[in-house]
Design a protein around this ligand. Structure first.
Ligand code: IPD
Ligand code: CA
Ligand code: CA
Length: 265
């Protein structure tokens, strides 16, 4: 008989806290936003900061020794090998304009292995999670990646880095152009964590992005893997815990995307 998930108690806390943070950001959704710019097109709102404070406070109250890597606050170094990776709002630009595709993303690693990932999109009531070796779920129902076999039939999604206006480095346009004219369609939702959820859920067949940060991908990467998909950097390696390119898709589309990306980059 399969042993129960050993981080279940911690997972249940994460579940409770992500819902609480979701309720918090929805409670101020209709209020005028205090929006600051971290870069030319990189926004942060008062709601990102409130969601982040709530999550960090809850984690440190319960687990004072755990480490936290969070988008706005950076590192909170704890002394244990348990690490929480938080994006307090993924899709801030959508949130600030009231487009409902945004979410909160929480990954939990122990000794560098992601043990669970939680992604909650409160405006559309979608709760995604995965537990290492225990599958991936949407609103508590198991999910699987798609069975699409070719790029021609693939429904793809991507995103663009916030350095788009200021540097040609890691330009995504050649890939965007190629896939737009060779795949079924390409979308740009504005939330990397949701892009990954929708690959895990078989809605999209594949996703790629350059210059993604750990808080954008750690939870979603586990979802795709636990739903039967593949995730790697553009070079085909494990995605490192630093700024990285990423490909995520079902198995047959992954091989084709990787070959095309390596040819064009
Ligand atoms: C961004 C979103 C977007 C992606 C960017 C991310 P943020 O995160 O996930 O889809 O294209 O690369 O930085 O700033 O909204 O948390
Ligand atoms: Ca993000
Ligand atoms: Ca964010």
């Amino acid at each position: 008989m399969k042993q129960p998930f050993i981080f279940e108690t911690t997972f249940q806390f994460g579940l409770e806290w992500i819902k609480e943070a979701g309720n918090l950001i929805m409670s101020v959704f209709e209020h005028p936003r205090n929006i600051e710019k971290k870069g030319v097109i990189d926004l942060v709102t008062d709601a990102d900061k409130a969601s982040e404070s709530l999550l960090i406070n809850r984690i440190l109250d319960k687990f004072p020794k755990h480490s936290i890597l969070s988008e706005e606050a950076g590192y909170t170094t704890g002394s244990s090998e348990h690490q929480w990776i938080i994006d307090p709002i993924d899709g801030t630009t959508n949130y600030s304009r009231k487009l409902p595709f945004f979410c909160i993303s929480i990954g939990y690693k122990v000794a560098n292995q992601t043990q669970f990932g939680l992604i909650y999109a409160p405006a559309i009531q979608q709760l995604y999670y995965a537990k290492h070796q225990f599958g991936a779920y949407r609103n508590h129902q198991p999910i699987q990646v798609s069975k699409t076999e070719t790029i021609q039939d693939a429904f793809l999604t991507t995103g663009f880095p916030y350095t788009l206006h200021s540097t040609e480095e890691h330009n995504n346009m050649p890939l965007f152009s190629y896939f737009s004219s060779h795949a079924l369609a390409v979308r740009r939702l504005g939330s990397a964590a949701l892009d990954l959820c929708y690959v895990a859920d078989g809605i999209f067949d594949g996703y790629w992005e350059v210059s993604l940060q750990p808080w954008d991908f750690v939870a979603g990467e586990l979802l795709v893997k636990e739903a039967g998909g593949k995730v790697s950097s553009f070079s085909g390696e494990e995605v490192p815990m630093s700024k990285s390119s990423i490909i995520a898709s079902n198995q047959p589309v992954f091989l084709q995307m990787k070959e095309i990306i390596q040819r064009l980059c």
